[in-house]
Design a protein around this ligand. Structure first.
Ligand SMILES: Cc1cc2nc3c(=O)[nH]c(=O)nc-3n(C[C@H](O)[C@H](O)[C@H](O)COP(=O)(O)OP(=O)(O)OC[C@H]3O[C@@H](n4cnc5c(N)ncnc54)[C@H](O)[C@@H]3O)c2cc1C
Length: 489
């Protein structure tokens, strides 16, 4: 018998938590979503500075043309009515500058091959093989068909056991082309011989299908889902940090908030980083060996980000993303241990469809947590002058690099703001401010893969740490989590 007020409590209102909330509330379940922050959305949050709105963790989305995979999910989640989309340039939605040479990814499989073939005329066949492979990996993935999907079938995928590098080097012998094809690596914070080929393929494939910016900010996705959840009778509470998951000898019974309030439910879904989650319960159901394995998992690298406000009508709007690598080897430039940045991803924010000038932009540069670890005991806004100086110096280095590609751009910047992995650590509670959470390693899949089910039978996991990150990966993980509760209960 269900004595609890809630059927399901969802911890965290990132995309994963919100999609679960939508699916379950729509299915008639009594859901409560709990969010520690004042704003919902996790990485879908935006913030306001200098009278402008900036995204924090969702800059562009793939596969949103009618019939494509993400379109189907947006349709199912009733997002198409609220979320305004702006298509990135079909002729080149991603531009790359690698050791001074420029390349483009065009949308659509044929255009993609044709465009790159102009610079690699002897490798057209390799490019065709490339698109066939990433399509095949995506389309054969059990995660592309939610009716067939489940954790166990997913683990049988042959692509769990080869790396991005193995995929690319077996597709073309041309190293320059390999670097170009790997050039969107900030999208998956890749590690050359670790990141599984399927993570790269699923992400790249969806963008090659079609690539879009979200007009006015990615918080529109969170707001739309939240409005739907409430309309189905679900509840969402912000400033409600879960500090404990209370269990009896067989299952979870309730959660406790930091203010001491205890709330019971029949089932629990966690959308938070698993390394944070297992610290919330001392239940014996979770074995020490599992705790240790989770705690030892490596995370993807974090970012230093610049948020730019441009002077009015000074910078023409770029309807594409711009990836820069100082050296030929994109992996080395991305993971460079030198103190000066060697790579960046530069994106204009879309404030209005068809805009002529950019009002704002973001520049993301990979940043190892070690660079900011000495301020780990501080909190946003109170980190001291040394930290401010560190950020200022880093910002100047990044702007110097941007100036190489866009001469004169610095004089168009009216103001800028910065963030580091510490900012993400404090806002989304991801370990060490990691961008995409746990780093999956094809050499140790079982050790670096987290199952959606836990040894606490009524606690299920969702979010970017489960299958893969991003709009597509997190939506899939949330659909699967919701399905488990719908089928089994
Ligand atoms: C800089 C950056 C750029 C990105 N760019 C893109 C992109 O262009 N395209 C794309 O598809 N993806 C992008 N991503 C990835 C994508 O945004 C994420 O994979 C996805 O949004 C993560 O969703 P999630 O559900 O896992 O949870 P998260 O967004 O991590 O949210 C977790 C939520 O849980 C809350 N929480 C944590 N602990 C507690 C607690 N104890 N109690 C209550 N609440 C708690 C947090 O406050 C947070 O709101 C980007 C990510 C980052 C960081």
């Amino acid at each position: 018998m269900n004595d609890s007020k809630y059927d399901i409590i969802i911890i965290g209102t990132g995309l994963g938590g919100l999609v679960c909330g939508y699916m379950l509330a729509k299915g008639g379940r009594k859901v409560l979503l709990l969010e520690k922050n004042a704003q919902i959305g996790g990485c879908l949050q935006t913030f306001s500075r200098f009278g402008l709105k900036f995204d924090t963790g969702m800059h562009y989305v793939g596969g949103l043309d009618e019939g494509q995979i993400m379109y189907q999910f947006f349709d199912q989640l009733n997002l198409l009515k609220d979320v305004r989309l702006s298509r990135l340039d079909k002729e080149g939605f991603d531009h790359f500058s690698i050791a001074g040479k420029e390349y483009r990814f065009a949308a659509g499989y044929e255009c993609f091959v044709e465009t790159l073939s102009q610079q690699f005329p002897s490798y057209k066949q390799d490019l065709q093989t490339y698109v066939q492979r990433i399509r095949a990996i995506s389309e054969s993935s059990p995660l592309y068909d939610l009716n067939k999907a489940g954790d166990s079938s997913y683990l049988e995928s042959p692509y769990l056991h080869s790396s991005v590098n193995e995929l690319l080097s077996s597709t073309t012998s041309n190293q320059q082309l390999q670097n170009v094809l790997a050039g969107n690596l900030p999208l998956y914070a890749g590690v050359k011989d670790k990141t599984p080929a399927y993570v790269y393929a699923l992400i790249s494939n969806s963008y090659i299908q079609s690539a879009w910016r979200i007009v006015g900010g990615s918080d529109s996705i969170a707001q739309s889902l939240a409005n739907s959840i409430r309309s189905f009778g679900g509840e969402i509470r912000t400033r409600s940090e879960v500090s404990k998951i209370l269990c009896d000898s067989t299952k979870a019974t309730s959660i406790q908030l930091t203010d001491g309030e205890v709330i019971e439910a029949q089932h629990f879904i966690s959308d938070i980083h698993p390394q944070k989650l297992i610290k919330l319960t001392d239940s014996k159901l979770i074995r020490p060996v599992y705790r240790e394995r989770v705690q030892q998992m490596e995370n993807t690298v974090g970012n230093f980000t610049l948020y730019l406000k441009f002077k009015e009508n000074s910078v023409p709007y770029l309807n594409y993303n711009y990836y820069y690598y100082a050296g030929e080897d994109v992996w080395a430039s991305y993971h460079s241990q030198q103190t000066e940045p060697q790579s960046f991803l530069y994106m204009h924010q879309c404030t209005e469809e068809g805009q002529q000038y950019a009002q704002s932009a973001e520049i993301m540069v990979p940043m190892d947590y070690q660079e900011v670890a000495k301020w780990s005991g501080t909190y946003t806004g109170h980190r001291g002058s040394e930290y401010q100086e560190f950020k200022q110096k880093k910002a100047e280095q990044v702007l110097h690099l941007l100036e190489q590609s866009f001469p004169g751009i610095s004089s168009c910047i009216e103001k800028f703001e910065t963030s580091t992995p510490l900012t993400y650590r404090d806002y989304t509670a991801t370990t060490n401010g990691s961008t995409y959470g746990i780093l999956h390693d094809k050499n140790a899949m079982e050790q670096t893969q987290i199952s959606q089910r836990t040894k606490i039978p009524n606690l299920i996991l969702t979010g970017q740490n489960i299958h893969w990150h991003g709009m597509l990966g997190v939506t899939v993980s949330a659909m699967l989590a919701s399905k488990q509760l719908t089928i089994n209960n």
